[in-house]
Design a binder for this molecule. Structure first.
Ligand code: NAD
Length: 484
């Protein structure tokens, strides 16, 4: 990208700066180059966006439009995204450091898929009707109203549209606040959506930070009917506290510390590459990542040697290069946090098998590069094994029996996801039934069917989204009973 990309708030039909004119910069984590400036939104900006979303909801036509017509517009938006797939992928990769392979072939296509899936879901979903003698009862699903959508930086547009798509499809209007680290694709998405026919005011985008700034009203204003948040568990608690004052329902998708269990009968030709992807894919910054690797002791030495050797071979570098497996971390602060955990691991008795130091050679020193890092010698009681690092750092633990594996897995404050590799499917089903997590993968990783519930237990989440679960959250289900 040669030209600077300056973002603006989208409030109603207007592209606006922050109410006090303040801006912040967004930079390429690969080399620190300036990508653009962004409005540093104020609480007044958040309120203005809610006002715009409120009038668009109350005055229509979006909220009262036939679902088929909304679906037609959302399909047109998806088509426009497809037409700009390469541009959006490049922008996502520049802004957040995600590899171009992932942006182009996974995340940006998923953005359009999110829209198409929920556009169609509204008319495809089964509806409930209960005839009972001379009574007939049925359920209506009117839209909830104004939705605040607050999203993180690690899969920016994919996660933003995981919220926007169902919210809009069910007839709500939205105020989106993207993460300040990666604001650019949200801006471009909004431009493309308007161009494709989304009525003004239906989607509003405000940029900036949490707390008292622009995100404040998004979680505390009485005119907001739903809050959908993806981000850290610590921020989630603040949002839940703020929302509780108005009884505003919150769907929160938060952090993870998922177990990846390798049994001695696993097909290692599948388990090794999948496990590498499960922790080092997405530059190690994936909520679902298998960051606690539990290996059965009978194969632990062999597996870990192979895993660490393959990890050391992964290409870490410019995310714009299609051969790169891992790009940079998002920012200096995050790199310091990740490295801090590696130092902590060593002080807790851990041994670093590979990685463990920032990459500082000529091709990496301008960016926030950290290598795939594998640590052994810790217990599940260590802070390294209990806290979310959100970086390319794998903690290896051993176990002897299925019961032990399950006990270690479930001994975590998090409960987002997990995966296991075994050829014994009886065992796999037994484990899945007792696993404390929102998603369990067996002999695979990261597959997502959007009809399934997505979310977490413990401090990983509150509520579920996806298919009918999104309908329940983004509508206000109403029971109607008529005497015939
Ligand atoms: P974060 O919690 O720092 O920020 C997320 C969003 O919340 C940002 O837009 C931020 O500006 C906003 N925010 C911050 N403070 C706020 C406040 N007080 N009120 C309202 N909004 C506020 O998270 P992050 O660093 O951007 O993202 C990484 C985290 O997200 C990790 O913990 C990761 O596991 C989690 N995550 C979870 C999922 C999931 O689906 N469960 C997916 C991706 C990321």
């Amino acid at each position: 990208m040669t030209t600077q990309f300056d973002a603006a708030h989208l409030i109603g039909d207007k592209w606006l700066p922050a109410s006090d004119g303040a801006t912040f910069e967004t930079r390429d984590p690969h080399d620190g180059s300036l990508l653009g400036t962004v409005p540093k939104g104020t609480a007044a900006d958040g309120e203005a966006a809610i006002t715009a979303a409120r009038s668009a909801f109350d005055d229509g036509p979006w909220s009262t439009m036939a679902p088929k017509e909304r679906a037609r517009i959302l399909h047109a938006v998806a088509d426009n995204l497809d037409a700009h797939r390469e541009e959006l992928a490049q922008l996502e990769t520049r802004d957040g450091g995600k590899t171009i392979t992932q942006s182009l072939h996974a995340e940006i296509p998923r953005v359009a898929h999110n829209l198409r899936f929920f556009a169609d879901y509204v008319s495809m979903a089964a509806n409930e009707a209960y005839p009972d003698g001379d009574l007939l009862s049925y359920v209506l699903y009117p839209p909830a109203g104004v939705v605040s959508a607050i999203s993180p930086w690690n899969a920016p547009l994919m996660l933003a549209t995981w919220k926007i798509a169902p919210a809009l499809a069910f007839g709500n209007t939205v105020v989106l606040k993207p993460a300040p680290q990666t604001p650019l694709t949200a801006h471009r998405f909004a431009e493309l959506a308007l161009e494709a026919g989304l009525p003004p005011g239906v989607l509003n985008v405000v940029h900036g930070f949490g707390g008292e700034a622009v995100a404040g009203p998004l979680t505390s204003d009485r005119r907001v009917d739903r809050i959908t948040f993806t981000g850290s568990s610590a921020t989630g608690v603040k949002i839940l506290q703020s929302a509780a004052l108005n009884h505003t329902p919150v769907s929160a998708e938060m952090g993870g510390k998922s177990a990846n269990i390798i049994f001695e009968d696993a097909d290692l030709d599948v388990a090794v590459p999948m496990s590498l992807r499960a922790i080092f894919g997405g530059n190690g910054q994936v909520c679902l990542s298998g960051s606690r690797l539990l290996v059965q002791n009978s194969i632990r030495e062999e597996f870990v040697a192979r895993f660490a050797e393959e990890a050391a071979k992964l290409t870490v570098g410019d995310p714009k290069d299609p051969d790169t497996f891992m790009g940079p971390l998002i920012e200096q602060r995050h790199l310091d946090k990740v490295h801090g955990y590696v130092e902590l691991a060593q002080s807790e008795g851990g041994k670093v098998l590979t990685g463990g130091e920032r990459l500082a050679d000529a091709s990496h020193s301008a960016g926030f590069y950290y290598p795939p890092t594998v640590i052994t010698g810790l217990t599940n009681e260590s802070r390294t094994a209990r806290e979310e690092i959100f970086g390319p750092v794998e903690t290896v633990l051993g176990f002897d029996t299925e019961e032990q594996a399950l006990a270690i897995t479930n001994d975590s404050p998090y409960g987002l996801a997990g995966m296991l590799f075994t050829q014994n499917l009886d065992r796999a089903h037994r484990m899945a039934a007792r696993w404390k997590a929102g998603t369990v993968w067996i002999n695979t990783f990261f597959e997502r069917d959007l009809r399934l519930p997505f979310g977490g237990e413990g401090i990983s989440g509150l509520g579920r989204e996806g298919g009918q679960y999104s309908r329940e959250f983004f509508t206000e289900p109403r029971a109607v009973t008529i005497r015939l």
